[in-house]
Design a protein around this ligand. Structure first.
Ligand code: FES
Length: 145
């Protein structure tokens, strides 16, 4: 089977789908190559993520990783959310096929973009090197189409 049970489960029954109207941080990232878009909304209280929702217009792997990423950062301090890597999300899903690993990069980037949005809106200083600009996925940046 190409996809793990967990991937199929999060794809068929994604957790935390939706929008938070009064979100404290919103992150939107897109994959220029495939055109998929992921948007993550965070509710933050005292540096802790109290709620998170996402909307992903993309492939099944992008939806499964968004769902899992939201589960992994819910109730966690921002510092922990910033340490979330796409590899950790892929591991939590019991793996993705090699050609779909790049889809998980969207989830990591969207979470970071939402945290950055929160910092920017509130004038909170941060180490900008923590936020990598653009796609840092070799597969995507090297892909021909
Ligand atoms: Fe675009 Fe999966 S193919 S995110």
């Amino acid at each position: 089977m190409l996809y793990s049970e967990k991937v199929m489960d999060h794809f068929m029954n994604p957790r935390n789908v939706g929008k938070i109207e009064d979100a404290d941080g919103v992150g939107e990232v897109g994959n220029a190559k495939c055109g998929d878009i992921m948007k993550i909304y965070l509710k933050i209280d005292n540096d802790v993520i109290t709620d998170v929702k996402f909307n992903t217009f993309g492939c099944g792997s992008a939806i499964a990783t968004s769902s899992m990423a939201c589960e992994m950062i819910k109730g966690k301090p921002l510092s922990e959310a910033m340490e979330l890597t796409n590899q950790a999300v892929v591991e939590a899903l019991d793996g993705l096929p090699p050609q779909k690993i790049h889809c998980s990069v969207l989830a990591e980037e969207a979470v970071k973009a939402a945290v950055k949005d929160y910092y920017d809106k509130n004038g909170i200083e941060y180490d900008s090197t923590l936020f990598r600009e653009g796609s840092h996925c070799d597969h995507c940046s090297n892909a021909e189409n």
